[in-house]
Design a protein around this ligand. Structure first.
Ligand code: FES
Length: 152
């Protein structure tokens, strides 16, 4: 009889210890989630800065020149940039409004889509007679010295 009581007490003590450990584990998991509840790791990128002294962008120091970029976190289609005047730089998404192909840089005042041939003027409007009448998606640009900041 004493042996049976001893085993019962050991089993009860083991259950109490296991339950306490489980609750402590669950509590610690809950605490770690609560501390992250205010974080948002997927904030959209709404502006990007480029340095016109970087070799890829130096053509933009000259009025009338154009540069395109590859895919960026700011715009997955890349940017189509055009230096309109000493004071003004235009920035467009390279995404063609017809079917989404990346548009080439401006040459002789027009940017051409290599897919179906849509053409766009330097103000972003489409050249009539092409496969789309929609304009390019334009971004705002501020220039401060050699730094151009592009905003959505
Ligand atoms: S995708 Fe550009 S013209 Fe069709």
């Amino acid at each position: 009889m004493q042996r049976r009581n001893f085993i019962k007490q050991i089993c009860k003590a083991s259950l109490v210890c296991a339950a306490s450990a489980s609750i402590a584990t669950l509590q610690s998991c809950s605490d770690s989630n609560d501390s992250d509840s205010g974080a948002n790791p997927t904030l959209p990128i709404t502006e990007i800065s480029i340095d016109l002294n970087d070799s890829i962008y130096t053509p933009l120091k000259t009025v009338g020149r154009s540069v395109v970029t590859g895919s960026l976190n700011f715009d997955s289609s890349g940017l189509l940039l055009f230096r309109e005047s000493n004071e003004k730089l235009r920035a467009y998404s390279r995404r063609c409004p017809h079917a989404g192909t990346s548009i080439n840089a401006f040459v002789n005042g027009a940017a051409t889509c290599p897919n179906h041939g849509a053409k766009f003027n330097t103000d972003g409007s489409s050249v009539s007679g092409g496969p789309t009448n929609a304009p390019l998606n334009q971004y705002s640009v501020d220039i401060n010295g050699s730094i151009a900041t592009i905003y959505k």
